[in-house]
Design a protein around this ligand. Structure first.
Ligand SMILES: Nc1ncnc2c1ncn2[C@@H]1O[C@H](COP(=O)(O)OP(=O)(O)OP(=O)(O)O)[C@@H](O)[C@H]1O
Ligand SMILES: [Mg+2]
Length: 414
């Protein structure tokens, strides 16, 4: 018999019609419901629930997972139990969208949007995490590491001995899911830590446009941006995630900047960023998530400050297979591709005996070598645009995907 899965967390997206207390009073029943649906329980995937409507209607989504198993692996729930104080996380989503925050002089008409402020968890980031596919254990590793960072910080670790900056850097080629991973991670953590932090926000910094327009004042603007972060973090029950996409536009290597046309200002921007990171680290409730396509151009002192630097590479054949499969399943769900009840096998058992469509899709995934996750997620539109039938048969769907892959590859090589 398979061993029972340990260290499980349950994330419950509550139907907005019900108060959180409606879950607390039904823990035993929920445990039974989960166990009775356990044949379909896959790590970090929404659990399809069948059971009494009175109970199932409480949930908009229920996800169970552990960082100890890979995404999508079967969970064994024999010993499973819910402890509301440790492994149950109940949430509702914010629906108001981001708030644009100006930076610069308030009196100045030219003041521009320096960042977007998201209340987490929010509708826009829903499902990002579970739809990201990596065949390395990247998501679990990043999640475990960040959870450890936050926990250590809460224990008021002596940072003169154990250095904790709460700075994460994800690098890699375009379209590999770096920004999505940061947003998904923040969303997940806001859910996981909602007992300790009654509020979570994400400040998404618009570094690129900010510095193209205000270059001569960049050092000052970095400071203003961090003043805003510091102000948010004053509320100790508020977890503040800061997303700095394309951090190279702020943190370019000082040595290479000094040979460019605006030397002193680029250096001021990097210096300001480093100083501000050092200043904000005293706030235990701030986590900075950075992404970059160009790690080699980043200032070494910035990279050195990152607690974790992870390279997010191009997807492997199996990861591309899983992405293509997700696209086909979605096309079936919306009725564009006929539902012929074909079983496309999971990435995990794709090595075992395969059926014909699984084989075809795997060979398409192999042909798609070199395409990023973003490029693959754009293929369904291309497929749809090539079909004149109301619904596409599965056979035709495979042919059209193959053509779309070739078209996309030739565009990339053009
Ligand atoms: N590993 C992946 N699994 C599933 N989808 C992916 C993956 N990587 C990328 N995608 C798809 O590509 C889209 C773009 O990803 P994202 O913007 O996060 O990439 P990025 O690495 O930040 O790119 P850039 O370097 O250009 O900013 C996502 O919305 C998603 O649909
Ligand atoms: Mg990005």
């Amino acid at each position: 018999m398979a061993e029972a899965t340990k260290n499980l967390h349950v994330e419950v997206k509550l139907n907005p019609k019900f108060p959180k207390s409606s879950i607390q009073s039904k823990i035993g029943e929920i445990e039974e419901l989960i166990k009775s649906n356990s044949t379909n329980a896959r790590n970090w995937k929404p659990l399809p629930l069948t059971g009494e409507a009175e109970l199932t209607e409480l949930f908009e989504k229920l996800v169970i997972g552990t960082c100890e198993l890979k995404d999508g692996e079967q969970l064994v729930l024999d010993d499973f139990s819910i402890d509301p104080s440790t492994n149950l996380h109940v949430y509702k989503l914010h629906k108001d969208g981001p708030l644009s925050q100006n930076i610069g002089d308030d009196a100045d008409d030219e003041s521009i949007i320096g960042s977007q402020l998201w209340q987490l968890p929010c509708v826009e980031f829903d499902s990002i995490w579970e739809n990201l596919i990596y065949d390395s254990n990247l998501k679990n590793e990043v999640m475990s590491y960040v959870t450890a960072l936050v926990r250590l910080s809460e224990k008021h670790v002596n940072t003169k001995i154990i250095n904790v900056n709460r700075l994460i850097l994800l690098t890699g080629p375009p379209g590999t899911g770096k920004t999505s991973l940061c947003k998904g991670l923040a969303q997940h953590l806001s859910i996981r830590m909602n007992d300790r932090y009654s509020r979570s926000v994400m400040m998404e910094i618009n570094s690129h446009s900010l510095f193209s327009k205000w270059f001569s004042e960049s050092g000052k603007l970095v400071q203003k941006m961090f003043d805003q972060i510091d102000e948010l973090a004053e509320e100790s029950k508020c977890m503040v995630f800061v997303l700095i996409d394309e951090v190279e536009s702020l943190g370019m290597c000082r040595e290479s900047s000094s040979s460019r046309s605006e030397p002193s200002d680029a250096i001021r921007a990097v210096n300001a960023l480093l100083t501000q990171i050092d200043r904000i680290r005293r706030r235990e409730n701030v986590l900075i998530l950075c992404t970059s396509n160009l790690e080699s151009t980043l200032d070494r002192a910035l990279v050195d400050r990152a607690d974790i630097v992870r390279n997010v590479g191009q997807p492997s054949d199996f990861a591309r297979y899983a992405m293509l499969k997700a696209c086909v399943v979605e096309l079936i769900r919306i009725g564009v591709v006929e539902d012929e009840e074909v079983h496309l096998q999971d990435i995990l058992d794709v090595e075992s005996a395969r059926n014909d469509y699984t084989d075809q899709l795997l060979s398409i995934a192999q042909e798609a070598r070199g395409l990023s996750g973003r490029a693959i997620s754009m293929l369904p539109t291309l497929v749809y645009s090539k079909s004149y039938a109301k619904t596409i048969s599965m056979e035709n769907c495979m042919t059209l995907f193959r053509e779309a892959v070739q078209e996309r590859l030739s565009r990339n090589s053009a």
